[in-house]
Design a protein around this ligand. Structure first.
Ligand code: 9WN
Length: 492
């Protein structure tokens, strides 16, 4: 576009989202990712709510319509018309044929089944949905009330979390991911050692339509892909039953944090619905969040690295690698609900001035153990992350696997910049917030890329990527300073 006709970045971001809207959901990218992805839709809704709140609500409702009877919210809801454009497709999961898992196969023993009539993957993605639903509600409480949005989504989100707590909770009391695709950070070195144990052979031939849209040096290698297929096949062939070991069972600090934040979002929803006499229980969700945070503090903290790490649930050993996943718990270092819901059942209070946590004083929301917030802030500002270059890399620059081009092994991602931005804003660290905002300044000029170079900010991966556009919109338009704000009062 000619300089004089340059669009406002918020308008440009909104146009990307408009172009990727199918009428029921938003695709992450029209070429590379032509279906509905679970956590992408949550991030998309967080941005869309500012200009099209009804569309943001529809985005989440569409996803939840594909929820499985066992409560899981699937990683991918396929558009069967585009099945050749992404692999593995609906056919891999036996869906779209009317006979497979994702199409509502009859239940046998421990076999899990998908939602009738919907073609989905059997895997899941990080549980950011309840948090997104609360933010969507807060942006337009009147529209939300008119549609009965909270009453509609709350029970489904509660069942999704119950699935994670009951079917996916591992030895240390934290949710376990069964495949790197479930972590959302697929190619992170956190999964390398566990993936090494998976034979790099699959019965299904590996197709790579993704390489039509991104360079081979930016995507996982073919050996990794064969392992991805093998693992997915093993899980699928066990009927996606969670009591059958598949050879990969990883606890991730990012996944766990999002579950805790989302539990607190459910607590806010429960409190709001309770007024309507629906009997939803805020204290149950607050207690669940507190349990997750306590388990993270006990099992995932790495004193030497100064952040949280992953844990291999099969061996019980931690994976001592410094990644952005391990910084995201900083979200739990602030009093998320900002003292506006009912009395707290748990949690340790953060000192607003220093950003540190102190003792076990009751506070609304759940915060990390003493001293952790300070350490995390120091690690974030240190040479591995923001101290080493302009943008927040996906893994520490000091990690031997750091690669500025390869996805999830170095390049900064906008959802990670957004999560950390929300965290430091809540802690009043304007200096770090300004640094993280710089990433969003390159989004529009670079064509809303999937991720960027960590030094130059040049776009990498696919372009017109929906969550990049959505979260840029949120950074430009949101006035919120806490993770779980109050509903916007109606304008007079
Ligand atoms: C597999 C859709 C998804 C994101 C993930 C990202 C990437 C898929 C892939 O794209 O994963 O789910 O094919 O690489 O890693 O976070 O949800 O945008």
């Amino acid at each position: 576009m000619h300089k004089d006709l340059e669009e406002d970045p918020a308008d440009a971001a909104a146009r990307v989202l408009e172009a990727s809207w199918t009428g029921r959901h938003t695709v992450p990218a029209t070429g590379l990712y032509p279906h509905q992805w679970s956590w992408d839709s949550a991030f998309v809704a967080i941005g869309t709510r500012h200009r099209e709140p009804a569309r943001a609500r529809a985005e989440l409702v569409t996803l939840l319509d594909a929820q499985w009877p066992d409560g899981r919210v699937p990683q991918i809801v396929y558009d069967v018309e585009r099945d050749d454009d992404y692999a593995p497709g609906a056919g891999f999961w036996g869906a779209g044929t009317g006979a497979g898992l994702g199409a509502g196969a009859p239940s046998a023993g421990t076999t899990a089944t998908g939602p009738a009539g919907r073609a989905t993957s059997g895997l899941v993605q990080p549980p950011v949905h309840a948090w997104a639903a609360w933010l969507v509600h807060c942006a337009d409480p009147a529209g939300s009330a008119r549609e009965g949005f909270l009453a509609r989504v709350y029970p489904r989100l509660a069942r999704w979390h119950e699935y994670l707590h009951v079917r996916r909770t591992g030895a240390v009391g934290l949710p376990v991911t069964k495949h790197p695709w479930e972590t959302g950070t697929d190619n992170s070195p956190l999964w390398d050692a566990a993936l090494e144990r998976v034979p790099p052979q699959s019965r299904t031939p590996v197709r790579r339509p993704d390489l039509r849209h991104a360079g081979t040096g930016e995507r996982p290698g073919s050996r990794d892909y064969r392992r991805y297929y093998r693992l997915a096949e093993t899980y699928r062939d066990a009927g996606c039953a969670d009591d059958v070991p598949v050879g990969f069972a990883m606890v991730c600090p990012l996944f766990s944090t999002l579950l805790a934040v989302s539990e607190l979002a459910l607590a806010r929803m429960a409190a709001a619905l309770h007024d309507g006499g629906r009997g939803a229980r805020a204290d149950v969700h607050e207690a669940a969040a507190a349990r997750v945070v306590a388990a993270m503090d006990e099992h995932l903290w790495d004193e030497e690295l100064g952040l949280y790490v992953a844990l291999d649930d099969t061996t019980g050993r931690t994976v001592r690698r410094a990644t952005v996943n391990g910084l995201v718990p900083l979200l739990l270092a602030a009093d998320l609900a900002s003292g506006t819901t009912g009395p707290a059942t748990s949690g340790r209070k953060v000192d607003a001035a220093t950003g540190t946590t102190a003792g076990t004083a009751a506070g609304v929301g759940t915060v990390l153990a003493t001293g952790r917030a300070e350490r995390l802030l120091a690690t974030l500002a240190g040479p591995g992350f923001l101290g080493g270059g302009p943008y927040l890399p996906s893994i520490s620059r000091e990690d031997p696997a750091f690669d500025p081009a390869l996805y999830w092994r170095g390049p900064p991602w906008f959802n990670m910049s957004w999560l950390l931005l929300r965290a430091v804003q809540a802690l009043g660290r304007d200096d770090l917030a300004a640094r993280l905002r710089e990433h969003f300044a390159v989004a529009e000029p670079e064509g809303f890329p999937e991720y960027t170079d960590p030094d130059t900010g040049a776009g990498r991966g696919t372009r017109q990527f929906s969550w990049t556009a959505a979260l840029t919109l949120d950074v430009l338009l949101s006035k919120e300073t806490t993770a779980l704000p109050n509903p916007t009062p109606p304008s007079v």
